[in-house]
Design a protein around this ligand. Structure first.
Ligand code: GUE
Length: 296
């Protein structure tokens, strides 16, 4: 646990809880008025202890929201073809409205080919090129869960973001690029920084909004943060802890130091992580409504 003064804490865990309650209420309405139950399928290939925790918590929360949760675990030596056949079966399955294939996949499987096989309407991760394109042109996309969660936290905290300087650090397809698109949609002036950016401290110092998604523990220094800025820390880095072997989680930002300058900042854990899962449920609900021709 880090030391963020309560008035500066952007509590993703609490916000996600509220979001899940709202989703559960909407799921109830769908069931009562239309006899529809949203269904999410999570596909996991091979064993990975960290992914394991994540998948279990996803499945639990899906059930708690009143959705159908289907978990498909395949052995690590599953062929690409077998996985593609499973995805195609889920594409056709009327009880399934969202399909998530857990990343990373084993090296012998072409992840792009698998993700491109998911029908865009069920692509609750928002990774399919059709959804990527729709997001950038302003259409009805399914938006990647982590950036969507960050955007909801920012809107809740800041309201209108028009004209604000936002810097996103990290240019991944999963977080950085879609995050930049969402901030642009909110009328921010967006800088997408990365490992080749010159004088990152100066770029960050000019920003009203900082979203850190680099995957390097505490890479963003507290003293870089402009006074009054809002900081969203996407990093979830597991560090080997003390001699007792207890690991600890840290973000991509030096949280305690940054909190001295920031007006608001997310903690790790309890910040963006829980929002990612809540947004996955939200995307599943959205996909279900659209597949049934109901209004969003
Ligand atoms: N297709 C795909 N989509 C994903 O969205 C995806 C994925 N693959 N592969 C793995 C990563 C990782 N990820 C996390 C989400 C939430 C927490 C989370 O809720 N973390 C808690 C802490 C949990 C703990 O204590 O370990 C928190 O930040 O408070 C963690 C990790 C989604 N991923």
């Amino acid at each position: 646990m880090t030391t963020i003064p309560p008035e500066k804490l952007i509590d993703g865990k609490a916000f996600a809880e509220g979001l899940r309650k709202q989703i559960a209420a909407e799921v109830q309405v769908l069931r009562d008025q239309h006899g529809i139950q949203p269904g999410l399928a999570v596909v996991m290939v091979g064993e990975d202890p960290a992914s394991d925790v994540y998948v279990r918590s996803k499945c639990k929360q899906t059930g708690e929201c009143g959705m159908l949760s289907v978990e498909r675990r395949l052995p690590a030596d599953t062929s690409e073809n077998e996985l593609l056949l499973l995805v195609e079966a889920l594409n056709k399955d009327p009880a399934i409205h969202g399909i998530l294939v857990q990343l990373p996949l084993p090296r012998h499987i072409n992840a792009d080919r698998v993700l491109n096989t998911i029908v865009p309407e069920k692509d609750v991760d928002g990774f399919h090129p059709v959804n990527v394109g729709l997001l950038s042109t302003g259409g009805q996309a399914l938006v990647p869960c982590t950036p969507l969660g960050c955007s909801l936290l920012l809107k809740d905290r800041l309201g209108d973001m028009s004209g604000m300087n936002a810097v996103v650090i990290g240019r991944s397809n999963i977080v950085g690029k879609p995050m930049a698109q969402l901030l642009l949609k909110e009328n921010c002036t967006v800088t997408l920084a990365h490992s080749r950016t010159r004088d990152l401290p100066a770029v960050v110092k000019a920003a009203d909004i900082v979203v850190a998604a680099v995957g390097i523990p505490e890479m963003v220094k507290g003293e870089w943060i402009k006074d009054g800025a809002t900081v969203i820390d996407v990093g979830i880095n597991r560090l080997p802890g003390s001699a007792e072997g207890k690991s600890r989680l840290v973000g991509d930002v030096e949280t305690a130091e940054a909190a001295k300058h920031a007006a608001g900042i997310t903690p790790v854990p309890g910040g963006v992580g829980p929002m990612t899962i809540a947004c996955l449920l939200r995307n599943t609900l959205t996909a279900c409504k659209r597949l049934h021709g109901l209004e969003d």
